[in-house]
Write a protein that binds this ligand. Structure first.
Ligand code: ADP
Ligand code: MG
Length: 459
């Protein structure tokens, strides 16, 4: 069977199981690009269809493919068909399936993002990064280092809460360098992957494989995302320290992102903290209403959809602290409208927002959640916060937890004392006053606590 015949047969089966509207919306202009030992690449016309096929129809597609080809389906990848020549290189968002038995639920065990040869997602560019007061410093610094790497700001350390654009910005640097200096070498990697790589390297070191060192040292740009995960990983920190120095001395550019400033990464060696602080530190904070609106407008343009201003305003006003969520709400609204042939209205947006699952509001924040969030932020166990341990690493987060219980959910002092291991209410008052005073003096602390707050509401 040719690819075309297979795909026609799959479409034939799919057509029977889903509604006509859905079928034409999502499967128009799709085709089977390649198949190879149970791995299938399906070409889709736009990002929107891609997202929907991945999220809503992958199981059906896998089942039909299995029926039609009578073969084991290992992997289905959806690729945008705009640039055919890069398609085969592009890994696409990949789903790996456990071998499905007939009529059995197909399970997703792994999902990866669309990437190019450098692991960069081509969707993250400077061109579609909206600049506002919350990120202008980070944005300007990122642009500057593309032009003069290794000189102006080295390392560039970008930090901020979840879903605020750190990964977008660090990958935009990589994508821009690829575009304007195609000869430069780039390594972009998540810190978790870096740690994994290092561990593998240790295991094979005896066979004298120095691929690891070469990979990270023979580069013009080393971009590491989510460097906070180095916390507590002493061996990897040691290796990273040497890699860092090597690159730094050779005027190679290093860019790091983190969910908090260097000093706040507990379990990070002092010498690394001071290296990180030796370059440029730029934070990304929550976008204001204007920026959120601008982001929504840009996303609509990108997707070529028209949504009335009042509806966008409604979404922008109601999703304040996470751009990923902001985008998610917009996607849901567009999908709802396209699937059911509806006009986007404020009413519909309201309906969609109230249905966003797991979106905690102020009322849903509990003392327990505060303890857990603070503990996870400082890399300690939440039980430690309610012990008598007076060590600074525990006592300080404990005071912050008490502060947040008071400030965020107006818990009474006696209850705070109770929650925090049966302490006296005066302890709670003292903690609240102390942290309040410190915040007045210390802008870094203020930002740190804002990050914890963000985590409270977003994770
Ligand atoms: P983080 O790494 O900080 O958690 P991401 O970079 O993954 O956040 O951003 C989350 C989503 O929001 C991404 O889809 C990204 O493209 C989008 N986004 C974030 N900031 C901006 C911005 N300033 N302009 C446009 N899109 C943005
Ligand atoms: Mg990220």
């Amino acid at each position: 069977m040719t690819n075309e015949e297979i795909w026609q047969a799959v479409l034939g089966e799919l057509e029977l199981t889903i509604s006509r509207a859905s079928f034409t919306t999502w499967f128009k202009n799709t085709y089977l690009l390649t198949k190879n030992e149970g791995e299938f690449i399906i070409s889709v016309p736009n990002g929107f269809a891609k997202e929907w096929l991945e999220n809503k129809f992958q199981k059906e597609i896998a089942k039909c493919l299995q029926n039609v080809t009578s073969s084991r389906i290992k992997r289905i990848t959806f690729c945008l068909n705009s640039k055919k020549d890069v398609l085969l290189k592009e890994k696409g968002r990949t789903m790996v399936f456990l071998q499905p038995k007939l009529n059995e639920e197909v399970q997703i065990i792994q999902e990866e993002e669309v990437v190019n040869e450098y692991n960069l997602n081509p969707r993250y560019t400077f061109e579609n990064f909206i600049v506002g007061p919350n990120n202008e410093l980070a944005h300007a610094a990122a642009q500057a280092i593309v032009q003069s790497p290794g000189k102006t700001y080295n390392p560039l350390f970008i930090y901020g809460g979840v879903g605020l654009g750190k990964t977008h910005l660090i990958q935009a640097i990589g994508n821009k360098v690829c575009q304007v200096f195609p000869k430069k070498r780039i390594v972009y990697i998540s810190c978790e992957k870096f740690i994994e790589d290092f561990i593998t390297y240790l295991q094979i070191q005896k066979s004298k494989d120095n691929g690891f060192k070469n990979k990270y040292r023979k580069t013009d740009y080393l971009l590491i995302d989510d460097i906070q995960f180095l916390a507590g990983k002493e061996g990897t920190q040691e290796e990273f320290f040497h890699t860092f120095n090597y690159l730094y001395q050779n005027n190679k550019q290093i860019v790091l992102t983190s969910d908090r400033p260097p000093k706040a990464i507990l379990g990070l060696e002092d010498r690394l903290v001071s290296r990180f602080e030796g370059g440029m530190i730029a934070d990304i904070s929550m976008p204001n209403l204007e920026t959120r609106r601008a982001i929504l407008i840009a996303k609509c343009k990108e997707r070529k959809v028209n949504i009335p201003e009042n509806v966008l305003n409604y979404i922008a006003a109601n999703i304040q602290n996470n751009i990923r969520e902001l985008e998610g709400a917009l996607s849901r609204l567009i999908a709802r409208c396209q699937l059911n042939n509806l006009t986007p209205t404020e009413e519909l947006a309201r309906h969609i927002l109230t249905n966003i699952a797991g979106r905690p509001n102020k009322k849903a924040i509990t003392s327990r959640r505060i303890l857990e969030t603070v503990a996870s932020f400082y890399n300690i166990k939440s039980e430690e916060l309610i012990t008598k341990n007076r060590k600074k690493e525990i006592a300080w987060p404990r005071q912050i937890a008490m502060y947040l219980m008071r400030d965020e959910i107006k818990t009474s002092y006696p209850t705070i004392g109770q929650e925090i291991g049966g302490r006296d209410h005066t302890t709670a008052i003292h903690a609240y006053e102390k942290v309040s005073k410190e915040i007045e003096k210390d802008i870094n602390l203020r930002q740190e606590i804002d990050l914890i707050r963000q985590k409270l509401y977003t994770s």
